[in-house]
Write a new protein. Structure first.
Length: 562
């Protein structure tokens, strides 16, 4: 059927219209407006072509025995169902969707610049429907999207969607990594959960090992609600047996309020990670990164500007070598941990199946790491508490020690940039629990102070703990000034000021005999301010730091050690 006029309107009423042959009897819309009414069925035994600004208002059922083609000017409307089915003809041939049956942009364009399906059913007897990147559209990788549901087994046989074109002769070969797949399948319904994926492995199975039938092989994208929710991604590479990083590699994002709009995901083999093993999970040596032997999940924010916290959960299967490890955690950004140490230090699990970690913000690569060895020196129960609203007490306990030299206590105001404030000697080697503490008096009110402990062994090797936080509170209308470390041995002393308002001050440095060494202006903002005073070239001795404003002068004594 060839429709060549852009004004012709064709109504399919509630009867079966059949066009029979292999790829000769085609449904060819060359710019027309076509209506398929609710209750109507249209059977196409050949191919479907939607081109030249054609529009399909589809509220019935279209069964296609051939392939589907479109260009980027085609528009599709309505709540109808399209079934890819080769039960009558073309039973030995591959079936594919080519062109731009997609929402051409973000989720806000659904129904506006839109060639996408409402309900898509897969009923190919060979169990595969391909997506072919034909170069159509601003982003030709966007080949097929659905706005409601996709049924992976509408004809009984479980189907995979393969987002790549392959040779029509011989055994098909697929890219080794999801990054090289040339097309993308999209779920543009922002409803969270798996309800829009019918007969998909992720709906039926909770543990993914050995399930390699109905999923998206290659690249997948999902529209995300700004309110957040749980968003599974049923992706993977070609099916394979045990001991291969192929098959269904299920994952899920649990998002909070966000503005990501659309998120893409694929699976790939990662490079080996050669970073030095690090410590997580209350003292386990996380010494095995499974990227090269299993793979990694790659997530991307399609706009590149989104933000919002989320947890990620992974269901890996079929590594090159059997999974081994006592504890497991998730790495991000292709680094051994994320980073180490970090606030997620002890977010671990006893198995790689169903691992969860977060909250994260921003996307990249995610892999799994494992640990077998529990270190002999174990630090537990690190705490920081404000005491009488005047100082912060940091205390920690080791349940055993071996060849431990000392602890270095580090502090930060942003949980990223830490600097040492004190050292304490360790007992060294003991099988008995030991308790340590530090009173930090050089703190200002209304500031979050983060603390972590660096454990230094006799051979100079070291590990870090996770961080803890505490703060004092007071009337914010009063200016507070703090200078540390004091004494300072080398490098910078930090002048911390909490200011009641925006103002300009003069900071002057004098030596012990009253000679001025430096003077400059510093603009304070309301709240927390920090200013570094470089002491590297100063001789040891006593120095005086003058902070002068319009109506005040404050002097701090600073000791430079040898």
């Amino acid at each position: 059927m060839v429709i060549k006029t852009s004004t012709f309107i064709l109504f399919f009423f509630a009867f079966v219209a059949s066009i029979r042959a292999q790829h000769n009897n085609e449904f060819f819309n060359n710019g027309a407006l076509v209506h398929v009414q609710a209750g109507a069925e249209v059977h196409v035994w050949g191919d479907v072509h939607m081109v030249n600004s054609g529009t399909l208002e589809h509220n019935g059922l279209i069964k296609v025995q051939g392939n589907m083609y479109s260009d980027a000017s085609f528009q599709q409307r309505g709540t109808g169902t399209t079934r890819i089915d080769n039960s009558d003809v073309n039973t030995t041939e591959r079936q594919f969707i080519s062109g731009s049956y997609a929402v051409r942009g973000g989720s806000a364009l659904t129904g506006v610049d839109d060639g996408s399906f409402y309900d898509l059913e897969l009923a190919n007897s060979q169990g595969v429907v391909y997506l072919v990147n034909s170069g159509q559209g601003v982003d030709p990788t966007l080949v097929a999207d659905v706005r409601n549901t996709v049924n992976f087994a509408a004809g009984g046989t479980r189907n995979r969607i393969i987002t790549h074109d392959v040779s029509t002769t011989g055994v098909p070969t697929y890219p080794a990594n999801g990054s090289n797949y040339t097309a993308t399948f999209g779920m543009m319904n922002t409803t969270n959960g798996s309800g829009n994926y019918i007969n998909c492995e992720s709906v039926i199975y909770g543990e993914m090992s050995g399930n390699d039938n109905s999923y998206i092989q290659g690249k997948h994208r999902r529209a995300i609600s700004a309110a957040g929710g749980n968003y599974p991604f049923g992706i993977g590479l070609e099916p394979a047996g045990i001991n291969a990083q192929r098959g269904f590699q299920y994952s899920q994002l649990s998002l909070q309020a966000n503005n990501y709009d659309v998120i893409t995901c694929y699976f790939e083999t990662a490079s080996p990670n050669t970073n030095i093993p690090d410590i997580e999970c209350s003292g386990y040596n996380m010494d095995r990164f499974w990227g090269a032997e299993h793979g990694e999940w790659v997530y991307n924010d399609i706009n590149g500007t989104g933000s919002g916290d989320y947890d990620i959960r992974l269901w890996p299967q079929d590594p090159l070598n059997p999974f081994t490890g006592t504890v497991w955690t998730i790495s991000k950004d292709d680094v051994f941990l994320y980073p180490s140490p970090d606030p997620l230090h002890n977010v671990c699990g006893p198995t790689p199946i169903g691992l969860q970690r977060g909250p994260f913000n921003g996307f990249s690569e995610f892999g799994i790491v494992s640990g077998l060895t529990l270190l002999e020196t174990q630090l537990v129960n690190l705490q920081a508490n404000a005491i009488n609203n005047s100082f912060i007490k940091v205390d920690w306990t080791t349940n055993q020690e071996k060849d431990l030299d000392y602890f270095e206590i580090e502090r930060s105001v942003d949980d990223m940039n830490f600097m040492p404030i004190a050292q304490q000697n360790a007992v060294g080697t003991t099988s008995l629990p030991q308790t340590y503490e530090l009173d930090d008096n050089n703190v200002l009110p209304n500031i979050n102070y983060y603390y972590r402990i660096k454990l230094v062994q006799n051979d100079g090797s070291h590990t870090y703990t996770h961080s803890v936080v505490a703060s004092l509170t007071s009337d914010q209308s009063v200016d507070q000034i703090n200078l540390f470390p004091n004494p300072v041995m080398d490098g910078d002393a930090l002048l911390e000021i909490t200011s009641s308002d925006d103002k300009e001050v003069t900071i002057q440095v004098f030596d012990a005999i009253g000679q001025r060494l430096s003077s400059h202006q510093f603009n304070l903002v309301k709240g927390y301010n920090v200013h570094a005073i470089r002491t590297t070239n100063w001789p040891s001795g006593v120095y005086y730091i003058h902070i002068k404003g319009n109506q005040f002068t404050n002097v701090k004594e600073l000791i430079k050690g040898e």
